[in-house]
Design a protein around this ligand. Sequence first.
Ligand SMILES: [Cu+2]
Length: 276
Amino acid sequence: MLMGASSEFLGGDAGDVAYPFHLFNGRDPGNPEVFTAKAGERIRMRIINAAGDTAYRIGIPGQKLTLTHTDGFPVQHADVDAVVLGMGERIDALLTVRDGYTPVLALAEGKAQMAYGLIATGTGTAPGKDSLPKALAGKVVDGGQLTADPSVTLPAKTADRTHEVRLTGGMMSYDWGINGHRFDMAKPFEKAFDIKAGERVEVTFVNETMMWHPMHIHGHTFQVGAAGARKDTVIVRPMQSVTVFFDADNPGQWLFHCHNAYHAERGMMGVFSYTK
Ligand SMILES: [Cu+2]
């Protein structure tokens, strides 16, 4: 267990678990991934945070990334120095390849460790891991702070149904839950959230805990706020609220949960259930 991992960007406690390594395409910093490219080429990086308990701050020292999509949906392009991905989030980023070796850093937010990969054009020498910057500052955003491309904004409609989803629990008793209830795999429909097919659903995640949570809904892609990004995973900071909207157009029993694997396992999970 990790105590004292703190991130100003995430509003406090950054993670619960210490790991010996952080991996980039399965490789630790002693043996980094090397992509080959030509200088001057414009390339797209598709980045997923596949970790269980770590947000990553991703960027290239001295070079902007142009963010184009979050969770697969287009956004109004944003040039940033770094992007923070919560667990389960995806980002597409464009960059123009510089000559030589370009490090792509994935700093474990609040954990003083990193993973990285290299883009290589066939000239120069690879930087050693100890020579890489340990911080990425400047303009730093997360996907939930981006704006949807107008082509994917939900059509304006008054919500047919609203649900308040309070994120509850804490580190000491590790009783993460939703509305004070820990999800029970033996009784998955206990306290299921009712919705009906065709409804515009408004969900407000109210974080009553001292830690951030990347909240993920299965089977649907929501819009963050009135005109924010279309996503399926959004960072909710401690003691903050985030409202999302989606159309109930995919009947079934759909889990939603914190994408911190330990929080979900302990019970920060719920079900939207509708058959028609
Ligand atoms: Cu969580």
